[in-house]
Design a protein around this ligand. Structure first.
Ligand code: ZN
Length: 253
């Protein structure tokens, strides 16, 4: 897919009220975590940035952990590119803070024992470092793993590069792949023909899971606070959070 189309992540994007008014979201087929993942298989979640595992699939991970599945998170980058030009959130500060935020978020989910392996690729440059990512995935994946990652058409270059690399390695290794739309909710519109809605399934969160997910997201302080040094608002502004903190998650099978 070309990056010259209008899948751009600028402005406020499609309001959550538009999504909630769309029957396609309301009537989307539901899936049970227990039916998606065969008993005994390991889940490997590949997160381009520290927080994608929370916004994309915190509920799914809690449900799979409760079913007794082993979970491994591969953190592709440390998220050091979220505040370009900032005098406070420098890449050095982010490199320390964001992986810590991820650990705290997992604690809130009750998943403190889930290991996160950090791969150390450079934020915003996953496309250029694709070969290194494929080599890491090749090292860590086993044929029976269920791979969960960002959708290869998600509109953010790191999310797309990660999705593409995972799709490639999943097909050579024989792993199943589940993809997550994250920035899609920003640039797409209800029924958007660029989105594979026929692959979409809803995972419903219990009230407890939904509250834990909301609390876990609060651990990502670097993404939730305005930056006085650049006069930029938070990376995850309220209009973005509204789309990301729903009592359900959407997956592409
Ligand atoms: Zn991300």
């Amino acid at each position: 897919m070309s990056m010259n189309d209008n899948r751009r992540i600028v402005g406020e994007g499609t309001p959550e009220s538009d999504w909630l008014a769309w029957p396609g979201l309301l009537d989307m087929p539901a899936a049970e975590a227990s039916a998606l993942v065969p008993a005994g298989s390991r889940i490997v979640m590949v997160a381009p940035h520290p927080d994608d595992e929370i916004v994309g699939c915190a509920g799914l991970l809690m449900q799979l952990a409760a079913l007794g599945h082993e979970i491994l998170i591969l953190g592709v980058t440390d998220g050091t590119g979220s505040h370009p030009g900032s005098g406070y959130w420098t890449p050095e500060r982010l490199a320390k803070a964001r992986p810590q935020e991820s650990l705290r978020a997992l604690e809130y989910l009750g998943l403190a024992k889930v290991p996160i392996l950090r791969l150390g690729l450079i934020d915003t440059r996953v496309t250029q470092e694709r070969a290194a990512l494929i080599a890491h995935l090749d090292d860590h994946l086993q044929p029976d793993d269920i791979l969960v990652t960002t959708w290869r058409g998600d509109g953010h270059p790191d999310h797309e590069a990660t999705g593409q690399a995972c799709a490639e390695v999943a097909s050579t290794k024989g792993c199943s792949l589940i993809e997550l739309p994250i920035w899609t909710w920003h640039w797409a519109s209800p029924g958007d023909p660029r989105v594979p809605w026929e692959r979409a399934r809803r995972i419903e969160l219990s009230l407890d899971q939904y509250e834990r997910k909301c609390t876990a997201l609060e651990a990502h302080v670097s993404q939730l606070t305005a930056d006085d040094t650049t006069e930029q608002g938070p990376v995850l502004a309220p209009f973005a959070l509204a789309r990301l903190l729903r009592p359900f998650e959407v997956l592409f099978l």
